[in-house]
Design a protein around this ligand. Structure first.
Ligand SMILES: Cc1ncc(COP(=O)(O)O)c(C=O)c1O
Length: 364
């Protein structure tokens, strides 16, 4: 498999341009260094311990995951530190988390007393201590306690045995497109952050202030007090990142290689990948219904997916043939990677790495 010309890989396949990926990793590591931000990349994008190790080798302080199952797999990267940026609810998950925490520093971000109590009970029973970040809502309105209730939550975490208050966290996922609105959203989230930090620091030692996403990555230094970022998508980037304005097509390392399986319907071609390849995610910062951008064919629209069929509307008189390979920039690379057993790292047109997506499906 190593050394295979990329055009000989069976499709659909996710192919990573290693030069671009390495450039993306280095750019974020250097930005973090320049602004004295701790980098704890979210590994939900690649789900591959070997890539987590590359991020650590480039200076990441640790790795982030969403689920305990991902944490269990990411231990194979050799990381000394893991952030589970997702509340861990339920005694059996807490027990699994504590097993991971036996050999490395583990921190959990959470937004409720219930989550804190469950973690505390498990940690005390195991005779261990777990790091905690209290998560507040900076504008996404998903997970994260209302800023005015954060003090109370931090107080409870500080009081509970088995928990070590490490700081606070937020996720600026509402910032999807770097336009004028985003500047206001960043300023507003920054004001909130400043307020909560001023109040909390009168009473508590708030060490870690964790935020960051890929769309807002290069503007992380505008959040006052932020000292840790957790971007995930930046390693590959995708159509969403391009549409957000945080990168260009040239910064996108991952493509889905496909083959045309039918040209039977005039004005249309069909690719050999559908929702089981691309996922059904549509652009988060655009109204158009598309599932990816075809390289070299800006006017072709991947407009509909069945499980294994990708429907592409093509301009009149365009020339396509059955068997032709088409590469597509997916809308959301993280979910696409989760659908594959393996991805291929390519340099100079040949396969240099084959990585098993070891944490795919680890949603528990
Ligand atoms: C809590 C949390 N942190 C960090 C990230 C990484 O964000 P991005 O994929 O924009 O880099 C995510 C993404 O979903 C997230 O949910």
């Amino acid at each position: 498999m190593i050394g295979t010309p990329v055009e000989d890989l069976e499709t659909p396949a996710i192919v990573i341009d290693l030069d671009i990926m390495e450039r993306n990793l280095e750019a974020a590591a250097s930005y973090a260094r320049q602004h004295s931000l701790r980098l704890r990349p979210h590994t939900k994008t690649h789900k591959i311990p070997a890539l987590g190790k590359r991020q650590l080798d480039l200076g990441a302080a640790g790795l982030t995951v969403a689920k305990v199952g991902e944490a269990e797999v990411m231990t194979r990267s050799g990381t000394p530190d893991l952030l589970v940026a997702f509340p861990v609810i339920g005694a059996s998950k807490v027990a699994r988390l504590l097993a991971v925490a036996r050999e490395r520093n583990v921190t959990v971000s959470l937004d409720s007393i219930e989550a804190a109590n469950g973690l505390s009970e498990g940690a005390v029973a195991a005779g261990m201590e777990i790091g905690v970040l209290a998560e507040f809502d900076a504008g996404l309105h998903r997970v994260g306690i209302r800023p005015e209730l954060l003090f109370e939550l931090v107080e409870a975490i500080d009081r509970l045995p088995g928990l070590r208050l490490e700081g606070i966290a937020f996720y600026p996922g509402h910032i999807k497109k770097l336009d004028e609105t985003a500047s206001q959203e960043i300023a507003e989230a920054g004001r909130l952050l400043d307020q909560v930090l001023n109040r909390l620091r009168e009473r508590f030692p708030i060490g870690i202030v964790s935020g960051g996403s890929t769309p807002a990555l290069w503007r992380s230094h505008e959040f006052p007090g932020l000292n840790e970022i957790r971007p995930g998508t930046y390693i590959f980037n995708d159509l969403n990142t391009v549409l957000s304005g945080a990168c260009t097509f040239e910064d996108c390392a991952a493509r889905i290689h496909t083959t045309i399986i039918s040209t039977a319907v005039p004005g249309q071609i069909v690719l050999d990948g559908g929702s089981k390849t691309f996922s059904s995610d549509r652009p988060s910062a655009a109204d158009e219904v598309i599932y990816g951008q075809l390289d070299g064919y800006p006017d072709a629209k991947l407009f509909r997916l069945n499980e294994e069929h990708g429907w592409v509307r093509i301009p009149d008189n365009s020339q396509f043939r059955v068997g032709q390979r088409i590469t597509v920039l997916p809308v959301h690379i993280c979910v696409a990677v989760n659908l594959q057993d393996q991805v291929y790292g390519v340099r100079g047109g040949r396969v240099e790495e084959v990585w098993r997506v070891e944490a795919r499906g680890k949603v528990q």
